[in-house]
Design a protein around this ligand. Structure first.
Ligand SMILES: [Zn+2]
Length: 489
């Protein structure tokens, strides 16, 4: 895990160096253009002020105007580089990576004689030394499903049984934005689930999980975020949810959203782009650039791309459910490899932004209920259809919140647990709304309970029938005014 964090720092440093190269290239280009136009020949007061006032070289000769200009230009380039590095260091420090920030400042030539940089280094060291370790047993883990863009389409038609599900399980964009801002105001900092662990090896070569070290300034609290079912299922169609994730030329993620009248619009219509933007604007909302962990099934594909092999298997056509058949009918040009390439582009862009991935089982299984054989077949489908796109994962986020066993240590004789371990899963998450946090560290695995910030819970808290969110926000203050009363479960 440390390695990954280091990688993040190195990546940030490389980014800064890349930015420098661009700046230098731009300045050189501007100079070339100016010279061509003869503009550079004109004396420039601001440049002259920075130039050597004597205007003489070591031999005491009058240096030419051209030499003075070149010197001034080099000086300006250097200042630009210095500013770029300082800005990047500030961003690193805001994301609590003080050592990386200091390391980066020290790459600047003459940093030890630069008073402003010395002051920054002292400031970062002081803040770093004031940080306290986070108790990983007190890290809350919240989760959402895809966000409701249009509450009327999601909730209004009460004769439709799906709207009851939407109103219970789903959170609206307004609610998400309010919660994110309020948790930030209260000092919550998003950390990676992997930051909670340090994987070590004992003297016998056994893997031992130890609590990870997260250092935060006083008053800050860590939380983990997960997103369930980021697949844009066919069943969401027409209910006011985004329908796809896409990547722009700069590597930023955005959504496709089909409005009620059928027109297609693009923008920030779900957690991924909204959270990316929020953290871009508030770098101190995230610990070293961590984002959430995204739990994916496979049966309808992922991120709105129909990546599952079942869509392309004519032999299996008769067994497809009505949703898939209908979709194939409407999309006769469907090409499995193109869908997979599109999803891969999204996954790669998400990883570059700090997002991580987990299995949610391929078929949204109740792992406690299904047979071992069903779990095995399902896991292989996930490996064949989802893993090639998002990469291998050590995390499984149980669908329906149904766990393999009771709370605490897993029973080693539990065959399903043994099987999932063999498949590389060592982090297991369920749903547990009863406590603000619930983390159990086994010798070589971790279990964590997650809190559903869904419509039902928000509504029940907002009207005072439940009180289990007040450590995060005031539900009455963040609830979407367009949300109708949520029926009892
Ligand atoms: Zn789910």
């Amino acid at each position: 895990m440390r390695r990954r964090r280091k990688k993040r720092s190195i990546r940030n440093a490389l980014f800064a160096i890349g930015a420098l190269v661009i700046v230098v290239a731009v300045i050189a280009g501007v100079k070339l253009v100016l010279e061509k136009q003869g503009i550079m020949e004109e004396p420039d007061d601001s440049v002259a002020a920075n130039a050597d006032p004597a205007g003489e070289d070591e031999q005491g000769n009058q240096s030419t105007k051209e030499e003075q200009e070149q010197e001034a230009l080099a000086e300006a380039e250097k200042e630009q580089q210095r500013q770029t590095v300082m800005d990047e260091a500030q961003r690193l420090a805001l994301s609590y990576d003080y050592d990386a920030a200091i390391e980066l400042l020290k790459t600047l030539e003459g940093y030890d004689l630069d008073e402003e940089i010395q002051a920054k280094i002292t400031e970062y060291e002081t803040t770093r030394d004031s940080c306290q370790p986070v108790d990983i047993n007190e890290v809350t883990h919240i989760f959402y499903h895809s966000l409701v863009v249009d509450p009327h389409r999601a909730f209004d038609d009460t004769s439709d049984p799906q709207t009851a599900g939407n109103s219970q399980w789903m959170t609206t964009i307004t609610e998400f934005n309010n919660i994110t801002q309020e948790m930030y105001n209260r000092g919550y900092v998003l950390v990676s689930i992997h930051d909670l662990l340090e994987v070590t090896t004992d003297e016998n070569g056994n893997t031992v999980y130890k609590p990870g070290t997260i250092m935060l300034p006083p008053g800050k609290k860590a939380f983990v975020l997960s997103l369930d079912d980021l697949c844009y299922y066919h069943s969401y169609d027409g209910y006011g949810f985004a329908s796809k994730l896409l990547v722009d030329e700069e590597g930023n993620l955005y959504n496709e959203y089909i409005q009620a009248d059928g027109t297609v619009v693009y923008g920030d219509y779900d957690v991924v782009p909204l959270m990316d933007k929020f953290i871009e604007e508030h770098p101190d909302a995230s610990y070293r650039g961590a984002k959430g962990i995204v739990a994916l099934t496979g049966y309808n594909g992922i991120f709105g791309y129909r990546t599952d092999s079942s869509y392309a298997d004519p032999a299996a056509y008769d067994d497809l459910n009505a949703d898939k058949k209908q979709w194939l009918k409407e999309n006769p040009d469907f090409n499995l490899e193109e869908e997979r390439a599109g999803a891969k582009k999204v996954a790669d862009a998400m990883k570059a932004k700090g997002w991580e991935f987990a299995s949610h089982t391929w078929g949204h299984l109740k792992v406690g209920t299904v047979s071992l054989e069903r779990l095995q077949t399902d896991t292989q489908k996930w490996r064949e259809n989802v893993e090639p796109i998002v990469g291998a994962t050590d995390t499984i986020i149980f669908a329906h919140g149904e766990d393999l066993g009771g709370w605490g240590a897993y029973d080693a004789s539990n065959e399903k647990y043994q099987y999932l371990r063999e498949q590389g899963y060592t982090i297991f998450c369920n749903v547990d709304g009863s406590a603000p946090y619930m983390t159990y560290l086994g010798q070589d695995y971790m279990r964590q309970g997650r809190r559903n910030l869904d419509g039902y819970r928000i509504y029940k808290n907002a009207i005072g029938e439940q009180d289990n969110l007040s450590d995060l926000f005031d539900a009455a203050a963040i609830i979407d005014p367009e949300r109708p009363p949520v029926p009892n479960l």
